[in-house]
Design a protein around this ligand. Structure first.
Ligand code: FES
Length: 572
């Protein structure tokens, strides 16, 4: 086979002035000359940041990747990209996912790299880097940073995020004092790693494994387990081979691979954020994937994994039970066997020997937790381009429900009025929150799972139908309709709902209807005025003017697709 010239050779090969410049400055870091003579250059794209606690251990991890790259005869070069920490960033990390993807894409494109290892962890750091890498399309492997160890508080498993949602109403009461809270704080974050429920970060780790972008079994290994370092080292070795094989992202990320990811996301009970991120990734690599595909392909798949937020266990338990390879093995008849992974074998081939060590955590296909899981996609005059709901996290009695709307124009309006005596809401109503969409907030925050009014909670009622154009944390649960598109800020019909309007949610029929006449809807549309944009400068202004709606994946319209790996002009 003819040896293909490495992409990095365009920088490092040759004896003219610029090759000298490219090599000479790099050599101030102490690299021997042979590193620039035909070794695949592997970029280790690191989302490490002390401001992203879930990725705080990744600087250390990069060293294990480097070991592997060196062992396989490659030249590792680590570089930072914008890191997105879910817990600290204002107003929401989702506003910056596309910016981080641009950083990743342009850093890869602009530099002499032949292959890429993505070190990821917290929710948005996985999709943003994968999106960016897809737009360049070099051989790429993902090393998910791994979940934290189980949270354990006074003998009870507590899941990151999920625990907070559960106890927030008791905080500061006799039942749960300030001292209890302080103790619980460290108990729910007792090791490096990302959230250990099947929240968005774990969902993203499973997503990249399902897409074939990791070595087998990578997703569930806890961040502090020594096997995670082994995985990082093996990924370092493998990426060098992938460069030699020219195994680029687009050879792995086929339509079949995306369908496999949808099937497995249903099987593990992954977060609703999966939809938005998977669509954005598909858009970058050039695979057609629409919102309806998630329902068509995923909604009849059985739920096998019993993890919080809707189940009982955590990622550490999932790992001990066998992890994603067990789920792949159980669901193999649904999966495309032709889709290859980074090791050139299919998911099914890689998982054929996987054994389940705890059926409480991973159910068998013959005895699933729920016969049909996945995500339901709704259509109707309230969401003309679609909305989503996760039935496995919802209350069965509310899946076919009619109630009167109580409308909040923003999340601030909700907080100000939800418990006000004049607010027309009781347990029979439906809470509608506007202004949480990509343009409106801006950035589509995880605020759709708003709390019930205190007066309703006091009656012991734990769930009501809630509808918004926002997202929901993967660690949350409830009968929450999300991602309503078009959103209120651009004049979607959700902007036209008024207090007292009847709304009908029918999940079995996949409909969401505002029960007013077309004439009335049109009159309200004529009277509607768009909200003022929050800013007219900077990245946020660019975001507001170019962001796509939820049903398309919330990417910036001009980022969809690839720029590719060729950069025509040299640097001078
Ligand atoms: Fe980082 Fe949950 S806050 S994964």
């Amino acid at each position: 086979m003819e040896k293909k010239k490495l992409r990095s050779a365009a920088w490092f090969d040759g004896d003219e002035k610029m090759s000298f410049v490219h090599r000479s400055w790099m050599r101030n870091q102490g690299y021997p000359d042979d590193h620039f003579r035909g070794k695949p250059v592997i970029g280790i794209c690191n989302t490490w940041s002390e401001l992203t606690p879930c990725n705080g251990h990744l600087r250390d991890f990069a060293e294990w990747v480097k070991r592997g790259v060196l062992e396989a005869g490659g030249f590792p070069l680590e570089f930072p990209v914008m890191s997105l920490g879910e817990t600290l960033m204002r107003p929401t990390t989702m506003l910056f996912r596309n910016l981080a993807s641009m950083d990743t894409e342009e850093t890869i494109r602009a530099n002499p790299l032949d292959g890429i290892v993505l070190l990821t962890g917290c929710d948005k750091t996985t999709p943003s880097t994968v999106m960016g890498a897809c737009s360049v399309d070099l051989p790429t492997i993902v090393v998910p940073g791994g979940p934290m160890l189980n949270g354990v508080f006074r003998g009870e498993r507590i899941g990151s995020g999920t625990f907070v949602w559960k106890i927030k109403d008791k905080m500061g009461t006799e039942e749960f004092s300030k001292e209890d809270l302080l103790e619980a704080e460290i108990c729910s974050a007792r090791s490096p790693g990302h959230c250990m429920t099947m929240g968005t970060a774990s969902t993203m780790a499973c997503m990249v494994e399902s897409l074939g972008l990791t070595l087998p079994g990578a997703a569930a290994i806890p961040a502090v387990d020594s096997r995670k370092k082994v995985m990082a080292q093996l990924a370092g070795r493998r990426i060098v081979e992938m460069v030699k094989e020219d195994l680029t992202l687009s050879k792995i990320l086929t339509r079949e691979a995306f369908e496999n990811a949808i099937i497995l996301n249903a099987g593990v009970g992954g977060s609703t954020n999966f939809i938005i991120h998977l669509q954005a990734i598909a858009g970058r690599i050039g695979v057609e994937l629409n919102l309806e595909d998630f329902d068509k392909i995923g909604s009849k798949i059985p739920l096998l994994v019993n993890l919080m937020p809707s189940g009982d266990y955590l990622m550490e338990d999932f790992f001990y039970a066998g992890g994603l390879p067990v789920v792949i093995n159980e669901l193999k008849t649904y999966l495309h066997q032709g889709a290859i992974t980074v090791n050139s074998k299919s998911l099914v081939e890689n998982s054929s020997k996987a054994q389940c060590y705890n059926r409480e955590v991973i159910a068998s296909i013959g005895k699933p937790l729920i016969a049909e899981a996945g995500i339901a996609v709704l259509k109707g005059n309230l969401c003309e381009n679609g909305a989503v709901i996760k039935p496995s996290a919802a209350t069965p009695e509310l899946m076919n429900y009619r109630g009167k709307a109580c409308v909040f124009t923003s999340i601030e309006d909700y907080h100000a009025r939800i418990d006000h005596p004049d607010t027309p809401i009781d347990e029979h109503g439906i809470i509608v929150v506007q202004g949480l969409g990509p343009v409106g907030y801006p950035g589509m925050p995880e605020a759709g799972n708003v709390d019930l009014p205190v007066k309703v909670l006091k009656k012991g009622i734990k769930d009501m139908v809630r509808i918004s154009d926002g997202r929901m944390s993967g660690t949350a649960y409830g009968t929450v309709v999300l991602h309503v598109s078009p959103e209120s800020a651009i004049g979607g019909n959700i902007a036209l709902v008024k207090d007292g309007d009847e709304i009908e949610l029918n999940v079995p029929e996949r409909t969401l209807q505002l029960l007013i006449s077309d004439e009335e809807l049109e009159l309200r549309r004529q009277a509607w005025t768009p909200p003022k944009p929050v800013t007219d400068r900077g990245y946020v202004n660019m975001y507001i003017n170019n962001v796509q709606q939820a049903h398309l994946g919330v990417d910036l319209d001009f980022l969809v697709g690839k720029s590719g790996k060729e950069v025509a002009r040299d640097n001078h």
